[in-house]
Design a protein around this ligand. Structure first.
Ligand code: SF4
Length: 435
């Protein structure tokens, strides 16, 4: 296959916002090396699949995506190449190359900086990003994820992420701010701070810069109309952080804080801290400093050894905690994790039954909290027009992609910040009229 100096690349991103950031970075270095991009995988010279592998279901989805691409006969005959990047090659290494022969190259997370060279060598066209290549390309969306760190120092018994993304590494504050400026220049008005655990920022550095300092510095960037905090571990949420959030008007009164369970016994088995009482106290502390805060969390049901009493404790906690948004996941026994070796693994049917009970209570509580917003006047960031032709936006209480949206009739440009009166709620979505 003869490919000119500017090969056409299609990038598929699977998994979490951290993978979105990694895809942006790969896109930036490929663009700086002269590549161009296509939304049509059939028209590409190379498809880069940025995979997720933190649980079995995600690995299966990644493999299915590669096999589906490989099954495209005309593209294969035309000599299109498939590069598998991200968490799957990081987790499975050489074993993957032996098994997934449909792929032409593998780029683990740690080597994504060399994706242009890998693509170039596949195509026999040397591709080398310019030295001053921008770290990221902003994609014009009114929000962007800004990664503060990578890897994780914790050892939750069910989790594969430390083995995939390595030990905790804080990004230099200067890099974070430079990328923040670049994203704002590219159209982002909301910066969503992410990492495996943003509250641990600075733990691997010998300066006094922690998450509160990072939040204040990002919030001070010209054009940072909104700053949102996600992936905060409960034992890292300090009073200092809460007061920095409360004192800065452009920091969303919003916190995503995975708790994973409420039963002390289950949390200990998960090698995590806390319990229902401690978490209720923490939520009380947060709401005391930010009474209008919106809270998101995640819980896992069906962890080995979990009893009906533990499920009852979790249900009571979910009712009392009154989260605006709660992600509920079924425990997945992951090869290589301590939890997979534990006795008393819970049967799949029981996991599904427990998942549904917790999901139902979480939705009952979440929908009621959304309905309480009716009549309020809120600032909404317009995200654009969705696939049904509706203009959608989000309040400070709604994170991108996961928390519901505000629907309104007015056709407003993406990136507009506007005051809206909430006139109705539909589940987690709100209906509003522009004031
Ligand atoms: S804190 Fe999150 S990423 Fe880190 S080990 Fe626990 S679950 Fe995994």
């Amino acid at each position: 296959m003869t490919v000119g100096p500017s090969p056409a690349i299609h990038i598929v991103t699977l998994g979490c916002p951290k993978n979105e950031v990694d895809s942006d970075r790969m896109r930036a270095s490929l663009a700086a090396a002269g590549a161009r991009f296509t939304d049509d995988p059939a028209g590409a010279d190379v498809v880069v699949v940025n995979t997720c592998a933190f649980i079995e279901a995600a690995t299966e989805e990644s493999i299915a995506t590669v096999l589906e691409l490989a099954a495209d006969e005309p593209s294969r005959e035309r000599g299109r190449r498939i590069v598998v990047a991200g968490c799957m090659p990081s987790r499975y290494g050489g074993e993957l190359a032996a098994a997934l022969t449909e792929a032409d190259a593998f780029v683990p997370v740690a080597e994504e900086g060399s994706v242009a060279e890998v693509v170039g060598s596949l195509l026999g066209t040397p591709l080398r990003p310019a030295a001053d290549a921008p770290a990221r390309t902003a994609d014009g969306r009114p929000y962007a994820y800004l990664q503060l760190s990578d890897g994780c120092h914790r050892r939750c018994a069910y989790c594969t992420i430390p083995s995939i993304r390595g030990p905790y590494r804080s990004r230099p504050l200067s890099d974070i701010l430079a990328e923040g400026r670049l994203l704002i220049a590219g159209g982002a008005r909301e910066l969503v701070l992410i990492g495996q655990d943003i509250t641990a920022y600075g733990r691997d550095c010998d300066d006094e810069i922690g998450l509160p300092e990072v939040v204040a510095a990002v919030a001070a960037l010209p054009g940072a109309d909104r700053v949102r905090l996600m992936y905060a571990q409960p034992d890292g949420v300090t009073d200092r952080l809460l007061h920095v959030m409360a004192d800065l008007p452009n920091v969303c009164r919003y916190l995503d804080m995975p708790l994973q369970h409420a039963s002390a016994g289950v949390l200990r088995a998960m090698r995590r801290t806390g319990d229902a009482r401690a978490f209720v106290d923490l939520l009380g502390r947060i709401r005391a400093v930010m009474p209008d805060v919106s809270l998101r969390s995640t819980v896992i049901v069906g962890f080995p050894g979990e009893t009906e009493a533990d499920v009852q404790e979790l249900l009571a906690f979910v009712r009392e905690a009154a989260f605006d948004h709660l992600g509920v996941f079924m425990y997945s026994a992951e090869e290589g994790t301590p939890a997979a070796e534990l006795p008393d693994q819970v049967a799949e049917d029981d996991k599904v039954e427990r998942f549904q009970r917790v999901r139902d209570v979480a939705d009952e509580v979440g929908h009621a909290r959304a309905a309480e917003k009716v009549g309020e006047e809120l600032l909404v960031l317009v995200d654009g027009v969705d696939e049904d032709g509706e203009t959608t936006g989000r309040t400070c209480g709604q994170a991108p992609d996961i928390d519901g949206v505000v629907l309104f009739a007015d056709a407003l440009r993406a990136g507009t910040l506007t005051r809206v009166r909430i006139t109705d709620s539909i589940g987690y979505d709100l209906v509003g009229e522009v004031l």
